[in-house]
Ligand binder design. Sequence first.
Ligand SMILES: *Cc1c(COP(=O)(O)O)cnc(C)c1O
Length: 425
Amino acid sequence: MTLPGSPFLSRRDGALTLDGVALQALAERFGTPLYVYSQAAMLDALAGYQRALAGRRHLVCYAMKANSNLAVLQTFAKSGCGFDIVSGGELRRVLAAGGRADRVVFSGVGKTRAEMRFALQAGVRCFNVESESELRRLSAVASDVGVTAAVSLRVNPDVDAGTHPYISTGLRENKFGIAHDHAVAVYRLAASLPGLRVAGIDCHIGSQITQVAPYLDALDRILDLVEEVEAAGIAIDHVDLGGGLGITYTDESPPRPDELVSQVLARMDARGHGRRELLLEPGRSLVGNAGVLLTEVLYLKPGEAKNFCIVDAAMNDLMRPALYEAWMAIEPVRERQGQRQRWDVVGPVCESGDWLGRERELAVDEGDVLAVLSAGAYGMAMASNYNTRPRAAEVMIVGGEAVLVRERERTTDLFAGERPLPSVG
Ligand SMILES: *Cc1c(COP(=O)(O)O)cnc(C)c1O
């Protein structure tokens, strides 16, 4: 049987393994719910980008919001990767993991003064600026700190990435980016403001994109602008095409990173932009297929209309199904003989939207461990404490050994910052 997603995941004598390590043993040793990542799978995904970019001026900036565990950041930092951050907190994580600030690009529509100040003092490589107001604010903060901020304008290329509306970001109606028609004027403003230096241009058209064409459309729109801006006397050094490359959750067949990159580079060459530095901000495609979420079956609840398989992981642990109606493969960790039945796999949270998978054909029993596949991206990173549920532990497989890279949260941690009201009277 083939498993969607990662070549690092396989079944041996009925037992599911990640990177050669039996997942049942990890569930028993560390408890459930448990995120498990393969470091080798992450490095393999990164190598796909780096191979295709070899010999070119480039920087791969891992979009760390996909999975910001320090061990993941360390893994990428050691391999020469930079980071795409969207908050001051993410910058603190990069520094804590030994990453270099001069390989960080700072994205996001709502950077605060404090975040700008911190990033300037740390020496981030570039700010991806999303509005005129932000540009003025950054100019003021940089002047105040006494440094020059390198800026790139995030331009909205108005291309349809053909993805879910919540994760499509490159259309005119999205909150992200500066409208293509205004971009030249905003570059003129950037060039005139104190404390700023124009460094590049960027876009990010969406997520879980499964074709090359939207990237080439966006690139063409961006290069048109580069030519216009440079004709106005403002030099642009780098082009940052953002992230968004999809992964296989079920039967999608997105281009491999090297296929995407080689077509992008070919288009840049064809348009005479071959010597320009290329930045990319992949998130999901570096980590998504490298992780699974393990969960134990608590109760089977067969019913008239539906059968419910109630597990110990819930929407607070893995939000993608509830938030985007995302389909993620669910596999028993140990194959069980017997009749398959159709189950809705649901968590204990008090919401009807708390499900991990609907109408799945599974042979399961209480106490079995299930694996939700392709859970390495936007899994733990989006986890919450809803229903006062401590967040899961995380394990990384490094050279065949399982390493605990995040302890399971303790319930008392969840209300440690809360203060009972002083007693009255
Ligand atoms: C989320 C995000 C990314 C990464 O997107 P993926 O789909 O995970 O590759 C890159 N750049 C920006 C600005 C983002 O917001």
